[in-house]
Ligand binder design. Structure first.
Ligand SMILES: *Cc1c(COP(=O)(O)O)cnc(C)c1O
Length: 412
């Protein structure tokens, strides 16, 4: 019989765009005893998590709660609940995760219209706004922080235009929530999906979402009641003309919001330990303060960029729309990017990322998110990367990278 060794993952310095390192207090929270899902103590934890999510999303929305599953489960729940088959959906795409929105919207039966941008850039909001006027979609879905290319899309003008034209705007803020401002109400975003394993620094496994009354109206119109749960069925007679029920049970936001509402109508069994992690992770985010947290991410980005540039490396993409929490480097001519990544991991215990599709083998991506976003990690990476590049015979300005980063820290 095979005897398996005890689990003992190596401590790593994780500088990828997720998953990232997790605060030990969050890991500890995950080891607490299980509570029953209707235990008042557990209900209080659910309510705390919802209240804290409203603060993190900067919204007065009633609905802010996690979908159980990775971030794409939140995306899928929002889209399957809001898109009726045949709805026209406009998707401006500037990287890999835009294509994910397209794929999910198509699976929901939408008539999808895409706008595509060369990778490394984002849209001028006017381009999207004129497409909204031209196409008159029911819904616009787009990414805020595109981790595949390291770019950030300004959303405020697009949000206001959607509101004026009575179009729902759905935003994938998986990579930005907790690291970069996401002003749900101020920007008029109707439904927003966040992620746990990026700037919130919680393990992967939940997707916090929020949506307003405009989105809720559409969801309730499509509400189908699960038999045997409610005493009265106010909604959702499937035989009614024109009724288009939400085509998923697990991702049905009308049922999920009943579960998170004071009704506590049973849907699934809440992920107890993940909810502990979410509550503790959000508590830590709010204790630091959102503005202080955004400033920390900016400070680490500035030091990292100064260091990489001084080393002689070139940064990928349009600098004017750089995503502060992901820094992309052009892999120098003739260098095997995977060999550099492997040596960073094997010799220094540092993980950085490669990219996808047209950028595979062309760039490295460095995430500075949440608990991973620290001076120690940035300096450790700059020193290690220099050593590894010298080993790979890449001409770098030896010594310059860490010194430039130290100078950047001194100047603030
Ligand atoms: C990471 C990421 C996702 C997918 O998240 P999963 O948790 O892997 O499902 C979606 N969108 C963006 C922008 C991301 O960075």
């Amino acid at each position: 019989m095979t005897v398996y060794s005890e689990l003992s993952p190596s401590p790593r310095t994780i500088l990828t765009p997720g998953p990232v390192e997790v605060d030990p207090r969050v890991l500890r929270a995950m080891s607490y005893p299980i509570l029953g899902q209707f235990d008042p103590e557990f209900t209080a934890i659910m309510n705390d998590a919802m209240a804290m999510l409203r603060s993190v999303f900067r919204t007065g929305n009633e609905w802010a709660y996690p979908v159980d599953g990775t971030s794409r489960s939140g995306i899928e729940a929002v889209l399957v609940s809001l898109i009726e088959p045949g709805d026209k959906v406009l998707i401006p795409i500037f990287g890999r995760f835009g294509y994910l929105l397209q794929e999910i919207a198509e699976r929901c039966g939408a008539e999808v219209v895409v706008l595509e941008k060369t990778w490394g850039q984002v849209f001028d909001p006017e381009e999207v706004i004129s497409a909204i006027r031209r196409e008159k979609p029911e819904l616009v879905a787009m990414v805020h922080g595109e981790t595949s290319t390291g770019r950030i899309q300004p959303l405020k003008d697009i949000g206001h235009a959607c509101r004026e034209n009575d179009v729902l705007l759905v935003v994938d803020a998986v990579a930005t929530i907790g690291g970069v401002p996401v002003d749900v109400d101020d920007w008029c975003l109707d439904a927003v999906i966040g992620g746990t394993q990026k700037c919130l620094s919680i393990p992967s496994g939940m997707s916090p979402i929020t949506y307003n009354e405009r989105a809720e109206r559409k969801i309730l119109k499509r509400k189908r009641v699960e038999k045997g749960i409610r005493q009265t069925a106010d909604y959702g007679d499937p035989s009614k003309e024109g009724f288009s029920p939400i085509r998923s049970n697990y991702f049905d936001l009308s049922q999920l919001q009943d579960y998170w509402s004071p009704l506590r109508l049973n849907h699934h069994t809440e992920m107890t330990s993940m909810l502990y992690a979410l509550r503790e992770g959000l508590r830590i985010v709010l204790a630091e303060g959102l503005d202080a947290r955004f400033a920390r991410h900016r400070r680490q980005e500035a030091a990292l960029v100064a260091g990489l540039s001084a080393m002689g490396l070139s940064l990928y993409g349009d600098a004017s729309c750089k995503l502060p929490v992901v820094t992309c480097i052009d892999i120098p001519e003739g260098v095997d990017g995977e060999s550099v990544r492997a040596m960073l991991l094997d010799s220094f215990g540092i993980e950085i990322a490669s990219s996808f599709g047209p950028l595979k083998g062309k760039i490295w991506r460095i995430g500075t998110m949440g608990y991973s976003c620290s001076r120690k990690n940035v300096l450790h990476l700059l020193g290690a990367l220099e050593a590894v590049l010298v080993r790979h015979r890449v001409p770098v300005n030896v010594g310059a990278g860490t010194q430039a980063a130290l100078d950047a820290y001194d100047s603030v």
